[in-house]
Design a protein around this ligand. Structure first.
Ligand code: NAP
Length: 529
C-alpha cells in the first residue's frame, strides 16, 4: 500500500527511524504485507512524551465545546476513510469486512458519545460548598471541586479490536474527552491500519488548532518502546487491552516508577455462565445455540467470550450438553488474528487436554489452513475445578470448559473459587431466578456485568455499560473501559478554596454560565448562586 510510510507520528512530524523494520502479516495466508514499518527510536519516544507534556495545559483549558468538535471531527474523518481502513484491516487481521465495518461504526459512535458528554459538561462533577464565616468554633471556607484531566496518557492498542480498542478507540476517545494528550503504542497485528488512523487524528489535531503534542503514534515493540513510554516522567496514566502478562508487566513498571501512575489494563476474563435446570428443560436447545454463537463469535477472540459453563447434573443438563457438543463438532475452524495468538491457543488446548480430571467432549472441524482455531469443548467436575486455579486461566479463542456440579453446594463452591471477571451470566426460569437470589448476588461479587437469560458477548457502548470487573479482568476493578464512565479513569479531583469568583474555572463560577447540574451545599442545582 503505497500511501503507508511505516513511520511513527511524533506530534506533527514523521519518525525518521531506520531501525530493523517489521511487517504486518496476513494471518489467513501467513504472508507478509507491504510496506516495512520502522520501530520508533528511543529519542522519538522521548520527544512524543515531551510534546505531550507541553500540550497538557492547553488541552486542560479547552472548553467542552472545543473538545466535542475535535472528537466529532475525528469521527467524520474516519467515516470518510472507511473504505481504506476496512481494506487494510481485513488483510492484517483476517477479520471479515462486515465485522470491520461494524467496528468502525462503533468507534465513531464512541467518539460521538464522548463528544455529547463533554459538550453537555455535567460529567465534570462540579461541587460547591459555600463559606460560612459565622460558623463556630471555626469559620467554614468556600470549597469548590471538579474533575481535571490527569495529563499525558499512553494507550496500548488491542490485537482483537483494530478500531474500537485501538488508535482512535475507547481509551483514546475517553482520554481526549477528559482533556489529556495521548501517545498510542500501535499493535503489530494491525500496524498499517494504525498508521491510516493515526494520520486521520493528526489531521484533526491540526484542523482544530490543537497543540502538536495532543497525539503521537509509535511503531515498534510494546515491550521496548512501550516500556520506555511507561517509565517516562511526563506520563500520567496508561490504558491497555491485552494479555494478563502484558498488563501485569505495565502495572509493575508503573508502580516501580519514582512517581507511580495508574494503569487501566483490561486483561483476562473467563466469563462464567451458570445454567439452571428449569431453563435447560424449557429451552435447552435455544441456550445451546446461543452459547455456541457467543463462544465462537469472532473466533472466540473477545474478552467477554464465555469460557466456563457451570451446571448441575440432571436429564435436562445431559441433553443440553449433548446438543452443545453436536454444535461444537459441526463448527468450522476460523482464522485467528496473529500466528502468536494461534500458537497460544494451541498451547492452551494441549495443556488443558493433558490436565488430570479434564476431558475433551467435542471438537470442531479443521481445514488445515494456517492460523485456524478449532472450537473445543472441555469438561471437568466441580472438585477438580476448585482444586486447580489454572483451570480459570483464559484460553483466548473458541474454547469453553463445562463444570459439572453434583448439587447446589458444589455450584456455590465453584462460584466461591472464581477470580474477577468482566461478566457473569445466569439462565433460569422466573421462579428459579427468584429462588436463587443468593447465587445472583455471588455473581455480582465477581463480575462487572451480570447477564440474565442472555449471552455476554456484544458489549453495548452507552452511559450505563460497565466493561470492568475485579482483578484480573481489570487492573482496577472500580472502573470501566467502555462507555462514558471510562472518562473518569483519566481525571483527578481538584478543590479550590476561597477563590475569587473570576479566578475559578467557568464550571464553578457563581453565575453557572454553562448551566451545569452542580451539587451546591448537598443539593443538585442548575441555578446560579
Ligand atoms: P499482549 O501480548 O498483551 O500485547 C498487547 C500490547 O501490549 C502489545 O502492544 C504488546 O507489545 C504490549 N506488551 C506486551 N507485553 C508487554 C510488556 N511486558 N511491556 C510493555 N508492553 C507490552 O496481547 P496480544 O498481542 O494482543 O495477544 C496475546 C495474548 O493476549 C492472547 O493470546 C490472549 O491470551 C491475550 N489477549 C486477551 C484479550 C482479552 O480481551 N482478554 C485481548 C487480546 C489479547 P509487543 O507485543 O509489540 O511487545
Amino acid at each position: 500500500m503505497s500511501s503507508l510510510l511505516g513511520l511513527s507520528f511524533i506530534g506533527f512530524a514523521r519518525g525518521q527511524s531506520t531501525a530493523a523494520p517489521y511487517r504486518a502479516i496476513n494471518p489467513a495466508t501467513a504472508t507478509a504485507l507491504e510496506p516495512d514499518f520502522f520501530p520508533a527510536t528511543a529519542a522519538e519516544a522521548d520527544k512524543a512524551c515531551i510534546l505531550a507534556a507541553q500540550a497538557t495545559p492547553t488541552l486542560a483549558a479547552l472548553s467542552g465545546k472545543k473538545k466535542a468538535a475535535f472528537l466529532r471531527d475525528i469521527a467524520t474523518r474516519i467515516e470518510a476513510a472507511t473504505p481504506s481502513l476496512v481494506a487494510r484491516a481485513t488483510q492484517e487481521t483476517g477479520l471479515p469486512e462486515a465485522r470491520c465495518q461494524g467496528e468502525i461504526g462503533r468507534t465513531m459512535g464512541q467518539l460521538r458519545l464522548f463528544a455529547d458528554l463533554v459538550e453537555k459538561g455535567d460529567w465534570i462533577d462540579a461541587r460547591i460548598e459555600t463559606a460560612n464565616p459565622d460558623r463556630k468554633p471555626l469559620p467554614k471556607p468556600d470549597h469548590r471541586s471538579l474533575l481535571r484531566p490527569i495529563g499525558p496518557v499512553a494507550v496500548f492498542c488491542a490485537s482483537n479490536f483494530p478500531f474500537a480498542y485501538s488508535v482512535a478507540g475507547g481509551d483514546t476517545a475517553s482520554a481526549f474527552a477528559a482533556g489529556c494528550p495521548v501517545i498510542v503504542m500501535g499493535h503489530h497485528a494491525h500496524i498499517g491500519t494504525a498508521e491510516i488512523m493515526g494520520g486521520l487524528i493528526v489531521e484533526a489535531v491540526k484542523a482544530n488548532q490543537l497543540p502538536e503534542g495532543t497525539f503521537s503514534l509509535l511503531m515498534g515493540e510494546g515491550r521496548v518502546i512501550g516500556q520506555q513510554v511507561a517509565k517516562h516522567p511526563a506520563l500520567r496514566a496508561i490504558g491497555f487491552t491485552g494479555s494478563r502478562v502484558g498488563g501485569r508487566a505495565l502495572m509493575d513498571t508503573a508502580a516501580a516508577r519514582p512517581t507511580p501512575i495508574p494503569v487501566y489494563a483490561e486483561m483476562s476474563s473467563v466469563n462464567p455462565v451458570v445454567l439452571l435446570e428449569g431453563a435447560l428443560a424449557s429451552r435447552g436447545d435455544a441456550i445451546a445455540t446461543g452459547l455456541l454463537g457467543s463462544c465462537t463469535l469472532g473466533v472466540g477472540q473477545f474478552c467477554t467470550q464465555p469460557g466456563l459453563i457451570v451446571l448441575t447434573r440432571s436429564d435436562a443438563a445431559e441433553s443440553f450438553i449433548n446438543k452443545l457438543s453436536a454444535l461444537f463438532t459441526d463448527c468450522a475452524d476460523g482464522v485467528m488474528l496473529t500466528a502468536g495468538i494461534h500458537q497460544a491457543y494451541q498451547k492452551g488446548l494441549t495443556a488443558r487436554a493433558a490436565q488430570a480430571g479434564v476431558k475433551v467432549v467435542a471438537q470442531g472441524k479443521s481445514s488445515g489452513q494456517p492460523n485456524r482455531a478449532v472450537a473445543t469443548l472441555f469438561a471437568t467436575d466441580a472438585k477438580t475445578f476448585v482444586a486447580d486455579a489454572s483451570l480459570q486461566e483464559e484460553i483466548f479463542g473458541p474454547s469453553s470448559l463445562v463444570i459439572w456440579c453434583a448439587d447446589q453446594r458444589e455450584v456455590d463452591a465453584v462460584l466461591g473459587a472464581l477470580h474477577g471477571n468482566l461478566t457473569a451470566t445466569i439462565h433460569g426460569t422466573d421462579a428459579e431466578l427468584a429462588q436463587h437470589a443468593a447465587l445472583i448476588a455471588r455473581l455480582e461479587a465477581i463480575a462487572g456485568r451480570v447477564v440474565v437469560n442472555g449471552f455476554p458477548t456484544g458489549v453495548e457502548v452507552s452511559h450505563a455499560i460497565v466493561h470492568g470487573g475485579p482483578y484480573p479482568s481489570l487492573s482496577d476493578g472500580r472502573t470501566t473501559s467502555v462507555g462514558s464512565n471510562a472518562i473518569y479513569r483519566f481525571t483527578r479531583l481538584v478543590c479550590f478554596q476561597n477563590y475569587p469568583d473570576a479566578a475559578l474555572p467557568t464550571e464553578l463560577q457563581n453565575l453557572n454560565p454553562l448551566g451545569l447540574s452542580r451539587l451546591v451545599n448537598g443539593s443538585r442545582s442548575n441555578s446560579a448562586l
